[in-house]
Design a protein around this ligand. Structure first.
Ligand code: GRF
Length: 209
């Protein structure tokens, strides 16, 4: 059974969706860089062990990442799932977990890497918005996309309504992608990313609301 660690910094609604999904893998631990993250309570309620590793207590990014890396090894983790984890990871850490670490980002990548995606979508006047699950690589929000959820932006939308609507999509597609990795529907190989045994270059799922 695939052992999963979820890395969080905040509310953890995606963690909750993963807990509720009854994955065929097991969430063996949750790491937060913030002691006050509500995600920790969600984990504890579900009987999942937690570790708080505060980035502020380490002299640099590498030292912090080394401690996280060791914790993941101690838990015997196969898959690292970033769910609202608000730290940029060092190249060394990313390369150690290459092909074994995924993230969910609130935009239709490659559009709007980085922060404030909902504001930027509204400012540009885009018709569509959504979220992307992707492998994590050293370049921010640039690893291969595995799945996207798409929504149509309405003229009633504000940054708040978009945030809510995108979250709803995230809770649909993130557990699905994690399950695909657990049951090997998605595989990261030296020949590329396979979906149902075939190499893919583009996200495999478009879930639209
Ligand atoms: C999500 O919007 C996700 O796209 C981004 O961080 C947010 C996490 O939300 N990476 P939550 O903590 O899972 O509720």
């Amino acid at each position: 059974m695939i052992k999963i660690a979820v890395l969080v910094s905040g509310s953890g609604s995606n963690l909750q969706a993963l807990i509720d999904a009854n994955l065929s893998g097991q969430i063996v631990g949750v790491i937060s860089n913030k002691p006050e993250a509500y995600a920790l309570e969600r984990a504890q309620r579900a009987g999942i062990q937690t570790a708080v590793i505060e980035h502020k207590q380490y002299p640099n990014r590498e030292a912090f990442d080394d401690v996280m890396h060791q914790q993941l090894l101690d838990w015997g983790v196969d898959l690292v799932v970033l769910a609202g984890f608000m730290r940029i990871l060092s190249a060394k850490f990313v390369s150690a977990w290459e092909g074994k670490m995924i993230n969910i980002h609130p935009s239709l990548l490659p559009q709007y890497k980085g922060m404030h995606t909902h504001q930027r979508v509204l400012k540009t006047g885009d018709l569509y918005h959504g979220c992307t699950v992707h492998y994590v690589t050293a370049e921010l929000d640039a690893g291969q996309a595995l799945a996207q959820g798409v929504l149509k932006v309405s003229y009633h939308d504000t940054t708040e309504t978009l945030a809510l609507r995108v979250h709803e999509l995230e809770h649909l597609i993130y557990p699905q992608v994690v399950e695909w990795i657990c049951n090997q529907t998605i595989q990261h190989t030296s020949n590329g990313v396979l979906y149902r045994g075939k190499v893919i270059k583009a996200p495999v799922q478009f879930c639209k609301i």
